[in-house]
Design a protein around this ligand. Structure first.
Ligand SMILES: [Zn+2]
Ligand SMILES: [Zn+2]
Length: 244
């Protein structure tokens, strides 16, 4: 056992971790609960409210004029295990180390779907996380999407571009808003501080949950107006996803 493993072991004894789903001691999401997750092996159009399966990393024919080029979502948000994890990560008790499990879930989705887009575009692409407003960052201490994007960047060996896309508007929570209200609420919420790393690149835009797509679409619009070639969303969970 090396020093780091020993340190980890001691921390485990003093502050044991419990599975958020089954309360068993050990990991934040134990292996059994992880294996019960229904990881999505397909890609769906981001803009169909009753999601349609799509091939070739894209959108259905009705939604071709949207800025976002496609979406990769690993699991359905209705899954109670996922909901618990994401809520603990996002709304408290702010368990920062939950990122490891969420990254694992996204990697599992790419393995299962046998999608090679991240490997094929390695030299022409980058990860960017959906930015949060300063006051939220201060309260939470971290941007959950940034932690996920960072892990994916290391795993897939694609650079993470930081602080190029920023949030300039402190939007009210989107949770209770309708599809149209979300669009208005998020309008012009983002801005680009540095266009250079974005130009002609394929951007993989990382967020935790996808609901109506208003946030990712607004980010994609901002990125494309500054010269991004393609913008794909990558999220842990999608609301309303029915994998049949
Ligand atoms: Zn468990
Ligand atoms: Zn569609």
């Amino acid at each position: 056992m090396n020093f780091l493993e020993l340190k980890e072991k001691i921390i485990q004894i003093i502050f044991p971790t419990y599975c958020l789903s089954c309360q068993r001691e050990g990991q934040i999401l134990c292996d059994d609960c992880f294996s019960l997750l229904e990881i999505n092996p397909w890609q769906y159009c981001p803009f169909c409210s009753n999601p349609q399966k799509v091939i070739d990393n894209g959108k259905c024919s009705r939604h071709q004029n949207f800025y976002l080029d496609g979406l990769f979502s690993a699991v359905a948000y209705q899954d109670q295990r996922i909901k618990k994890i994401i809520q603990a990560f996002k709304y408290g008790p702010y368990l920062k180390n939950l990122d490891t499990q969420l990254i694992k879930i996204i990697i599992a989705h790419f393995m299962l779907s046998e999608n090679k887009i991240l490997i094929h575009s390695q030299n022409q692409s980058c990860f960017i996380s959906v930015p949060i407003f300063k006051s939220k960052m201060k309260k939470r201490g971290y941007n959950q999407s940034h932690l996920i994007a960072n892990g994916l960047s290391q795993h897939f060996k694609i650079p993470l571009v930081e602080k190029a896309l920023i949030r300039v508007k402190n939007t009210s929570s989107q949770v209770k808003l309708s599809r149209d209200e979300r669009k208005i609420n998020i309008k012009e919420a983002f801005s680009i501080t540095n266009a250079e790393p974005i130009k002609n690149k394929t951007i993989f835009l990382v967020d935790d949950v996808f609901t109506t797509g208003a946030t990712l679409e607004e980010c994609a619009k901002t990125l494309k107006k500054t010269g991004a070639k393609k913008v794909y969303g990558i999220v842990v969970a999608r609301e309303g996803l029915n994998q049949n």
